[in-house]
Design a protein around this ligand. Structure first.
Ligand SMILES: Cc1cc2nc3c(=O)[nH]c(=O)nc-3n(C[C@H](O)[C@H](O)[C@H](O)COP(=O)(O)OP(=O)(O)OC[C@H]3O[C@@H](n4cnc5c(N)ncnc54)[C@H](O)[C@@H]3O)c2cc1C
Length: 292
């Protein structure tokens, strides 16, 4: 029995993943599964565990490169009301894993709560953003996380508290298959001050990114004491091309996928950049981009 037999209403075979990624490239998923409730999601997890089906979670696809070949097993996407709720209670904001990061920030700022406003302009789901500990020098999302509910491979729910979690530079130790919801503890602040910080961050972030119509992804983590962008630009790599993929000239740490780009082009670009930076500065850049 396949996933499509067991879950005919929510599992689709051979579904293209490109439309679900920011780069708009990549091969199909053997099964794309979009559960409607947490209980359905648990049953999907249990099915995958019992039938040894590999399982991957898809968020907004902003930190993801899907290879050109088919992705075996199940790709699970949390969409729909059950996975997108956001609630505010005093200084605590709880967001489901499939909620948009932007909606979480907007709800917090509206409630006069500070802590997430410097993440404005970063796109993604709450689950993907917490797993990748998004942010920059102005602040990371992990700093505001109080509790995270995760599902294990067998669908069992566990709530991990702040002291059981470790966040690093664009990393976390949240390696369970599913982030179901995240609770944030924020600080009260005057709404005008929060809004001002949010607007300033937005302008700075958008000025340091590829243009909004360009399909782009961040390539590497910042090594200790430097930024990946500076090392890449110092190595003279701005506008370097591999096939139709190109290093951005607005920020060297972004790869742009021009029309016709394949995942192989992006991977070749990552390899070329890594090798050149190693040769010029001795630093081995570590990939930030998730590759399936
Ligand atoms: C133009 C641009 C600018 C960006 N600027 C920044 C920036 O300034 N700072 C920064 O830190 N990042 C930045 N990013 C990276 C990106 O926005 C974040 O990493 C994003 O929040 C990832 O979330 P996502 O939902 O898109 O995850 P995806 O890309 O879909 O997935 C990322 C990882 O998270 C996992 N995942 C997703 N959802 C779940 C879940 N519910 N449970 C468990 N695992 C899950 C996936 O399996 C995958 O391993 C930028 C990206 C782009 C394209």
């Amino acid at each position: 029995m396949t996933l499509a037999d067991a879950f005919p209403e929510i599992a689709r075979r051979d579904q293209p993943l490109a439309p679900f990624t920011h780069l708009r490239i990549g091969g199909p998923a053997e099964f794309l599964v979009q559960p409607r409730t947490a209980d359905e999601l648990r049953r999907v997890l249990r099915f995958c565990a019992e039938h040894a089906v590999p399982l991957r979670m898809l968020g907004g696809g902003y930190n993801l490169l899907v290879r050109d070949e088919p992705v075996p097993g199940a790709v699970v996407r949390l969409s729909g009301p059950a996975f997108e709720t956001i609630s505010v209670d005093g200084r605590t904001v709880r967001a489901a894993g499939g909620a948009a990061l932007f909606d979480l920030i907007a709800a917090s700022v509206r409630a006069g709560l500070s802590g997430l406003e410097t993440l404005v302009g970063i796109r993604g789901s709450v689950g993907g953003s917490v797993r990748c500990n998004v942010g920059d020098r102005a602040g990371e999302i992990g700093a505001s996380v109080r509790r995270v509910a995760v599902l294990g491979l067998d669908g069992t729910e566990q709530v991990r508290t702040r002291d059981e979690l470790t966040f690093g530079d664009h990393t976390s130790d949240l390696d369970e298959p599913v982030i179901l919801w995240v609770e944030f503890e924020l600080e009260r602040d005057a709404a005008p001050a929060v809004l001002k910080r949010m607007r300033r961050t937005w302008v700075l972030r958008k000025g340091a990114e590829p243009l909004s119509f360009q399909a782009s992804v961040r390539m590497f983590r910042n090594p200790a004491g430097a930024t990946a962008a500076a090392l890449i630009e110092r190595a003279g790599l701005a506008k370097t091309k591999a096939g139709n993929a190109e290093v951005s000239d607005r920020n060297g740490n972004y790869a742009i996928a021009h029309p016709g780009t394949t995942a192989a082009d992006v991977l070749a670009l990552l390899d070329a950049v890594q090798a050149r930076v190693k040769a010029t500065s001795g630093v081995t850049l570590q990939r930030e981009l998730n590759v399936w």
